[in-house]
Ligand binder design. Sequence first.
Ligand SMILES: CC(C)(COP(=O)(O)OP(=O)(O)OC[C@H]1O[C@@H](n2cnc3c(N)ncnc32)[C@H](O)[C@@H]1OP(=O)(O)O)[C@@H](O)C(=O)NCCC(=O)NCCS
Length: 329
Amino acid sequence: MGASIIGIGSYLPEKVLSNADLEKMVDTSDEWIVTRTGIRERRICPEDMASSDLGVEAAKRAITDAAISSNEIDMIVCATITADMVFPSTACIIQNKLGLNDIPCFDISAACSGFIYGLEIARSFIVAGKCEKILVVAAECMSRVTDYTDRATCVLLGDGAAAAIIAKTDDNVGIIDSYLGASGLYGNLLYVPAGGSKMPATHETVEKRLHYMKMEGSSLFRIAVNAMAESVKKILERNNLTADRISLIIPHQANIRIIQGVAKLTDIPMEKVFVNIEKYGNMSAASVGVALDEAVKSGKIHKGDLICMVSFGAGLTWAANLIIWSKDG
Ligand SMILES: CC(C)(COP(=O)(O)OP(=O)(O)OC[C@H]1O[C@@H](n2cnc3c(N)ncnc32)[C@H](O)[C@@H]1OP(=O)(O)O)[C@@H](O)C(=O)NCCC(=O)NCCS
């Protein structure tokens, strides 16, 4: 028994924050942002929406794409580091907004690797015979943890959501393997200091802007390239496959130079690498999901293709999977 993606959808808020807008907010330039990151614009969630709202819209599109009734879903996994609240889980909020009840729902915090972690969790529950159809949502409002006075981080991030329906399949297709990794040793390279149990919110934490993301960009850059390239190599090797068998690689969209570095180290030509970073920046867990949806909808993925998704994020975490695409169209 296997598990495959039978429906995929994404949702991007309409409001665009361009490099020209950022030039008016911090000491930066369109030229610096484009050459150092590849990003031209990103989407921003409206004030009256939260991650769950973006996730619900993506989920509805995935349900329609899968041509199932939402009542067939027997679990919801939500990958997010920008949960609506500390608790309850955003997955429970999404369940309620979809009009569902009495199915297990939980969040996972694996940052940018969250969608791939979520797909593997769904695959495992399905292969174990515990579930038949699982909704995996990756929903992020990164703008809510972004310090728009810090030019080193605010140019990188955006908001968005992606969702997939994973279902039981009898054939040897779908998600054929996943490689998940993490190292808490490097947790201090990318984190939000305040707002958790270690440093609850006080006037001082707010004044010191400690509820915003802190990042050591250049250290992360090096680790990201190596961790993603190693993840691709390891998952190919243990499946007795070589890089030339991959039809399309969908990497996390953090920086075009990271993506190019991964392509080079894995001997995968850039024509086989899906890139949409220029439109959305880094949407954490949502990035690879949105990229997968766009790749499918733009005809870049066909039934039978071998797809590799690979990501890297806070934790640090990294993850890759191999998918034999089994859906028509
Ligand atoms: C953040 C990142 C784009 C910075 O690019 P970089 O080439 O490493 O640049 P550096 O950090 O070395 O900074 C170079 C200079 O640009 C400046 N700079 C940083 N951000 C800038 C901006 N938005 N506009 C203009 N200049 C900027 C720095 O202050 C520095 O100036 P200095 O040399 O006078 O000190 C890059 O390191 C990166 O993408 N890292 C990974 C981040 C990431 O992926 N995070 C999420 C993981 S999921």
